[in-house]
Design a protein around this ligand. Sequence first.
Ligand code: RBF
Length: 171
Amino acid sequence: MASALQNLSQYDEAQIPSAENMSFGIVVADWNATITHALYEGCYDTLIKHGAKPEHIHTMQVPGSFELPVGARILNARHNPDALICLGCVIKGETNHNEYINQAVAQGLTSLSLAAGKAFVFGVLTPNDEQQALDRAGGIHGNKGVEAAVTAIRMAAIKTDKGSGKKKIGF
Ligand code: RBF
């Protein structure tokens, strides 16, 4: 699988729009806090690195990943940011609770995104075990919080882009 071979958190910084005039909401689930708080650090630092101002980044903690959609909805109503990022970690256990939670979060964030016309970024790790989570929260596979931040910046730029003229596209 291609994704097993690369650290997707490495990207060309020059290709990312400036976040200087953008605002963001970050919602973090406290279940598996060692993991999710590392995702948050990566996410927050990336927004700042690309120019976002601390006063334009609004953070909310919720108990678990299942609460991410409602937390994001509250944060959106409160601050109306350009994009929201939801960070969580649902580790597969002996029962299939993880499938219900992941499905609910994915559906909830999709509904919110489409209704609001802005990104509610899915930054939820869905690992089989804790090691897979650590690998993606600052380990060998990078930090998915960084990638969630980059997605939010790109989507916020799309939201405000007037799209005039021909664009150079490609990778
Ligand atoms: N929340 C997470 O963010 N990650 C988990 O791995 C996780 N595992 C759970 C396992 C079970 C059996 C239950 C009942 C809840 C779990 N939760 C987890 C919490 C869930 O997201 C939510 O906070 C609670 O179900 C309360 O609505």
